[in-house]
Ligand binder design. Structure first.
Ligand SMILES: Nc1ncnc2c1ncn2[C@@H]1O[C@H](COP(=O)(O)OP(=O)(O)OP(=O)(O)O)[C@@H](O)[C@H]1O
Ligand SMILES: [Mg+2]
Length: 479
């Protein structure tokens, strides 16, 4: 019994331990499996991380490659932008572009130069206000073209001409065009393009004047010839009448003296006195010499006009040589001192480096003289109008590259814009009858342009003053 129970117990124990061993074995197997799984997992993770690392490396290389491509592209775009900027800055026309809000987004170099303002300052303006401030009075209404505050009211310009007083104090004639900037039919802004036509207009005017002068010159020659012959005998006859009147007067005095000596009866004396009164003899004796003298002066004046008309028609054969213009100007201002010293101060700014100029100094002096006399008259008019008591005349010479420049400026009454195109016309004068013949500037033009291959330009503002600019080639036949 005992043995049985021991055996039972042993069996029980063995059973118990075999269970434990089984469990233990199972646990071992599980642990082994888990370890295996872990090892597999670690391996996979390592592989994955290697792959990932590789991918990251590849992507980083790709990214670096892309970013350097982007950099190259960026600098190419910048270079392109710079290139277009250079092109835009190189064009002669001024260019200003605005966006839809009216902000100035682009200003080229020519626009800065023409308007006389730096780009950053232009950008501080509303374009409308800018043009409102620089347009000449009569052109001020044209500033409406620059108003794009309301886009529906935008009026495009086609070769619109306008005069500005640029911020650099220069008066300029602009030709302006404007249009919308469109991209795929959508409006992106507005662009204004303008050209400085000042010099061109001056040259065109000069060309017109030259052509006019040529035909007038031929006409003048014919007229001068026709007038000259009758003028000659009118002058001879007036001289003859002067002498004849003198002898007649002498003869009458002789008769009167002889009669006095004969002591005629009172009745005869009275008859003679009555006749003298009837014919107003005393008055005639006084007035006839004056009338003859005035006629003589008038004839001399007409002769001078005729002579200058002839001179004008025939190119002068006066010899040219290399001359000191500064000296010529000094001499001319001295000769005319008596004319200007009561009404004006005369300032000379003569360039000491002025080269001798190939010209006929007599003729150039005549030009300077005519211009000084015109300035004196213009200043005189301003004094008469009570605008000041004394004016200023300034004469300046300057050695430029291809030519020499003489500027004669005065702050006299100036010339009304509508008369500017007529001032070189022969016989055009605004001076009272007998004071001006209107030939001064026609002669100046002829001397400078036709006889010296030079240029004469004018700049004038009514009530402010006048500037004549003469340019003479500083070597034979230049220009
Ligand atoms: N410096 C000036 N300032 C204002 N007006 C001027 C000036 N120079 C010329 N003018 C105008 O131009 C016109 C023509 O000048 P121009 O010298 O040809 O003739 P003029 O002076 O009238 O007569 P002339 O010179 O024959 O005696 C003048 O009458 C005047 O109206
Ligand atoms: Mg004159």
């Amino acid at each position: 019994m005992i043995t049985t129970s021991i055996l039972n117990n042993i069996a029980g124990l063995l059973l118990f331990y075999s269970d434990i061993a089984l469990i233990f074995a199972i646990l071992l197997v599980v642990a082994g499996v888990l370890g295996l799984i872990h090892a597999v997992r670690i391996k996979t993770i390592n592989e994955l991380s290697r792959k990932l690392e590789k991918t990251v490396q590849e992507k980083t290389a790709e990214f670096i490659n892309l970013s350097s491509k982007l950099q190259i592209l960026n600098s190419a775009i910048e270079a392109e932008k710079e290139y277009y900027r250079v092109i835009i800055d190189s064009i002669e026309e001024g260019l200003i572009a605005l966006d839809l809000e009216g902000n100035i987004v682009l200003v080229n170099k020519s626009a800065e130069n023409i308007l006389g303002i730096k780009e950053e300052n232009i950008k501080n303006f509303q374009l409308f206000n800018l043009f409102q401030s620089i347009l000449e009075d009569k052109d001020k209404p044209k500033s409406k073209y620059f108003d794009i505050s309301d886009f529906d009211r935008f009026i495009p310009m086609k070769n619109e001409q306008m005069i500005i007083h640029a911020k650099d104090e220069k008066r300029k004639i602009l030709q302006v065009n404007s249009s919308e900037i469109k991209e795929d039919d959508a409006i992106r802004g507005v662009v204004f393009i303008f050209k400085d036509k000042t010099e061109l207009v001056a040259i065109e005017n000069q060309l017109v004047v030259s052509q006019k002068m040529e035909s007038i010159g031929q006409l003048a020659e014919g007229i001068a010839h026709e007038i000259n012959t009758p003028l000659q005998y009118i002058s001879d006859n007036i001289n003859f009448l002067g002498h004849a009147f003198f002898y007649m007067k002498e003869y009458i005095s002789f008769i009167k003296e002889t009669l006095d000596k004969l002591a005629p009866p009172d009745e005869i004396k009275k008859m003679i006195e009555d006749k003298e009164k009837e014919y107003n003899l005393e008055y005639l004796e006084e007035e006839i010499p004056d009338a003859l003298e005035q006629t003589h002066i008038g004839i001399q004046r007409v002769s001078r006009i005729v002579l200058s008309m002839k001179d004008f028609a025939h190119p002068g054969i006066k010899a040219k040589s290399y001359c000191d213009l500064n000296h010529g100007i000094e001499v001319t201002t001295n000769i005319t001192r008596n004319k200007w010293k009561y009404v004006a101060d005369l300032e000379l700014e003569l360039d000491p480096k002025l080269p001798n100029v190939y010209c006929s100094l007599d003729q150039i002096n005549q030009v300077i003289l005519n211009l000084i006399l015109n300035s004196v008259d213009a200043i005189g008019e301003k004094i008469k109008a009570g605008l000041y008591e004394k004016g200023t005349i300034r004469i300046k010479t300057e050695n430029r590259e291809k030519d020499v420049e003489i500027v004669i400026w005065d702050n006299g009454i100036g010339i009304k814009e509508e008369n500017l195109h007529r001032i070189f016309d022969p016989f055009y004068t605004t001076k009272e009858a007998g004071k001006g013949t209107g030939q001064g500037l026609a002669i100046c033009h002829d001397i400078i342009v036709n006889k010296h291959n030079g240029r004469i330009l004018i700049n004038s503002r009514y009530k402010e003053g006048t500037k004549f600019i003469i340019r003479l080639p500083n070597s034979e036949g230049a220009f």
